[in-house]
Design a protein around this ligand. Structure first.
Ligand code: SF4
Length: 527
């Protein structure tokens, strides 16, 4: 087999433009189109004048810089230095910037100045998806995932270790100051670096101690990023944040895919308190609540169920079930007698109200002394020889009961099976394809902004697929239109696609043209 001619120094007779080298359905083109569509009021809300200034050196166009950041987050390049490199050696970035090379300082300054305002782009992605009818908002799912902070676990200290570190640091500072004083040289203008580092560390330790003292439930604090908390993720225990997301599927007619309708970063590793705020945020972004919200067991609490019942939100989440015999003696199987305020157990015995457990605000019911010990169910229903079975009824018991009954239905069971295909798939893409296993910024407010750009980029990926689909169908109409128009005109069917042209998408147009074409052939009107 002959070998192809190969020459690295090959020159072009007519140099190609970068535009020719980027395919027409490339994601970079979609990002540019999305950013170009942002109206001037949107830019002024972000505090950016896109017309530039009359004074000073010409700046990079904000559209180019924003496109670089969005495209970078979509493809897993999230640091300003890596973006700078990409703007020099990657064709899509060269196309986005118009062959300009913003350095990392320029990119960073733009991101730092506008990352808070960039959060508004997330809502824009949700509204765009709704406007083009891409997303099915009837069923949404909520979940959380732990994302590591930009901090090492080794820099996490409890109160005792912080005190030890403070003692060591102060001793080292005293030692260094003494060494400085002993010399005959005049005192330096600046603090020696070693001493400055130690003083810096002392300040950090003191701040961390204040943080621990201010938060009663907190046991440790990280010196690199004091806002992280030690959380258990798939990779083990690490200083992390909890990323929450509400996810809706793309309409079945549009293929597969997901859209994030709400997201936030919290410091609490427990998801329970996030259900209501996330539901509210999703409602703000989409203008309504889902018909059904799917959640995992981490969100199950009496207050969450109670709130959902009050606002009429149907929620699907797993119910903790006991197996075998234990299920027979679950408190659901004890019937309540409202007249005597007592329960009848499956063994037919009466459990009387004996008082309120103030620590947990629960009503306590028990059978008369000695009854349970003699019952055949003793050992399964209860193992308490002295007092017998205790039935604790919380203030939200009725909503728990109703929810357990709802979860027994086939509809709830089939919805429950959809949980894994929604948020978990999204988190996989965020972490693997968008390189979001770890935050790059430190501090809660910075991390919130970073996470918002990450989920915005995820939504852009979903929108891109639809854009590409339409773009590819757009290849055909010119050709198909020429072939078909003469047949359509003769058959009088031209009105059909034109009538709905305002509302129909390109894909529908093409399909309609082919229907006309087939119709014309069948009618024998073809040339
Ligand atoms: S152990 Fe007590 S509460 Fe349980 S079934 Fe027997 S009598 Fe009823």
């Amino acid at each position: 087999m002959p070998v192809r001619f190969w020459n690295r120094e090959q020159v072009w007779l007519l140099p190609p433009s970068v535009d020719e080298l980027i395919v027409r359905d490339h994601p970079a083109r979609f990002v540019a189109a999305f950013v170009d569509a942002l109206e001037s009021s949107f830019w002024s809300d972000m505090g950016i004048g896109i017309g530039g200034d009359h004074m000073g050196a010409p700046a990079y166009h904000p559209r180019a810089l924003l496109s670089v950041w969005l495209y970078g987050f979509m493809t897993g390049i999230r640091s300003s230095r890596k973006l700078e490199a990409a703007c020099r050696d990657q064709l899509p970035y060269l196309w986005i910037t118009g062959w300009q090379h913003p350095d990392h300082n320029t990119l960073w300054r733009f991101y730092q100045a506008h990352r808070e305002e960039m959060k508004a782009i997330f809502k824009r992605t949700v509204l765009t998806a709704m406007k083009i009818g891409l997303v099915d908002l009837a069923v949404q799912a909520i979940d959380g995932t732990k994302i590591a902070g930009n901090a090492s676990k080794d820099r996490t200290y409890d109160a005792k270790k912080l005190q030890q570190l403070l003692n060591r640091t102060e001793a080292a500072i005293a030692d260094l100051e003494e060494q400085n004083e002993q010399g005959n040289d005049p005192p330096p203008v600046h603090l020696p670096k070693q001493l400055a580092d130690k003083q810096n560390l002392r300040d950090k330790v003191k701040t961390a101690m204040d943080q621990l003292a201010a938060d009663e439930g907190r046991k440790n604090v990280n010196l690199t990023d004091g806002d992280t908390k030690l959380m258990k993720g798939r990779q083990g225990i690490a200083p992390s944040y909890n990323l929450q997301a509400v996810v809706a599927p793309v309409k079945a007619t549009e293929g597969t895919g997901r859209l994030i309708t709400a997201s936030d970063v919290v410091q609490d590793q427990n998801d329970m308190a996030q259900l209501v705020p996330m539901l509210k945020q999703s409602e703000e972004n989409t203008g309504g609540r889902p018909d059904k919200l799917i959640a995992d067991a981490g969100y199950r609490s009496g207050s969450n169920l109670q709130t959902c019942a009050e606002i009429g939100q149907s929620i699907v989440m797993p119910v903790f079930r006991l197996s075998g015999h234990n299920q027979t003696y679950h408190k659901d199987n004890f019937s309540y007698d409202i007249n005597t305020d007592s329960y009848i157990c499956p063994g037919g015995q009466v459990l009387h109200f004996i008082g309120i457990k103030h620590t947990r605000n629960k009503r306590l019911y028990r059978a008369s002394k000695g009854i349970c010990k003699e019952c055949p169910a003793f050992g399964v229903c209860t193992k308490d020889r002295r007092q017998g079975r205790a039935l604790e009824i919380g203030p939200n018991e009725a909503v728990f009961q109703r929810h357990r009954e709802w979860m027994e239905t086939e509809e709830a069971k089939s919805l429950m099976r959809r949980r894994k295909e929604l948020p978990e798939a999204v988190f996989g893409i965020l972490k693997e394809q968008q390189a979001g296993r770890r935050f790059l910024l430190r501090g809660l407010s910075n991390v919130k902004a970073e996470a918002k750009l990450l989920v915005t980029a995820f939504n852009l990926r979903t929108l891109y697929r639809k854009w590409r689909q339409d773009m590819n169908y757009q290849e055909c109409p010119a050709m198909v239109g020429i072939i078909c128009s003469s047949f359509a005109t003769r058959t009088g069917l031209l009105a059909l696609p034109l009538k709905n042209r305002q509302n129909c998408t390109i894909i529908n147009d093409v399909r309609q043209w082919w229907i006309i074409f087939a119709h014309a052939l069948q009618s024998g009107l073809a040339y």
